[in-house]
Every structure is written in C-alpha cells, then in structure tokens.
Design a protein around this ligand. Structure first.
Ligand code: AMP
Length: 138
C-alpha cells in the first residue's frame, strides 16, 4: 500500500486537523487518542511519511523511544495504573486502522475491561483535562 498523504495523522502533523497535544519536537508528535480505550490513552507518531515501522529512518527511533519512556512515566504518575500498555500495529491484518505509523500508550488497571478499538469519541474539553494530568509529569 502506498502512503496516503491525506490520512488523518498526516493532517494533524501539518496542522490541517485538530488534536490535543502532549509532546512535540522536530521528529515526533504526541497527542490524545480521540476514541480512548481508557482515560489517558495517548498516541505517539513520527513526523515522517510512513505507514508502518519498516520504512522509518534510523534517526527517528531514538526520539520515539525517548518520548515513549517520558509519556509512559508521566501516565504512571498521572493515573497510577497497575500497568501501562505500549502497542503498535503494522498492517490491517494486525488491526491497524490509521495508516501513519503510531504507538499507543495506554494506562491499564486490574479488572479494566479492555477494548481493542473504541468507537466512542470524547470531546476536546475532556481530552484537554486528561492531557493536563499527563503533561504535568513530563
Ligand atoms: P490503530 O488501530 O492502531 O490504527 O489505531 C488508530 C487510533 O487512532 C485509534 O485508537 C483511534 O481512536 C485513533 N484516532 C483516529 N482518528 C483520530 C484523531 N483524529 N485524533 C486522535 N486519534 C484518532
């Protein structure tokens, strides 16, 4: 499949679609998932046009890993979950639905009913409140 420059995450990078930001630099952007599986569900993407992990240039990995670590730690402080899930899907057969490489960072608690995908959008005011909880600990 060829990378579609009009996918929603490409639009977010270019500022053509809104998001609630968590962290940003020249290489990465992190923002709240609009259909969170749990409160605090955060996404992390490289600012590079690729659908999956296989074509990402090496220099991006360090920035992604560093951001993942910072966000996961902040989520742990903000929500005090018993677990933090970091997930990344490559290809529709793996369950990927947005075809710009992204990582999910999701606070998990014992007994929490986990949905692989959610279809319940949350409004931006609610996402801003969750974002503030996380950003405090970055
Ligand atoms: P995946 O199934 O790994 O491709 O996950 C795509 C994720 O993107 C899902 O968790 C969606 O809820 C999320 N998503 C889709 N559109 C948006 C958007 N406009 N802003 C934030 N998250 C989104």
């Amino acid at each position: 499949m060829t990378y579609n420059k009009e996918n929603i995450f490409a639009k977010i990078i270019k500022g053509k679609a809104d998001c609630v930001k968590i962290l940003e630099n020249d290489y990465i952007l992190s923002f709240m998932d609009v259909m969170p599986q749990t409160p605090g569900h955060t996404l992390l993407i490289p600012k590079y046009d690729t659908e999956d992990i296989f074509n990402l240039p090496e220099e991006y990995f360090t920035f992604l890993m560093d951001a993942k670590k910072r966000i996961a730690r902040a989520i742990k402080k903000a929500y005090e979950p018993t677990g933090v899930m970091i997930m990344q899907l490559n290809g529709k057969e793996a369950g990927q639905t947005v075809f710009h490489l992204h990582f999910h960072i999701i606070p998990r608690k014992d007994g929490l009913n986990y949905k692989f995908h959610s279809s319940d959008p949350v409004n931006f005011n609610e996402l801003e409140k969750e974002a503030e909880k996380i950003k405090k600990w970055l």
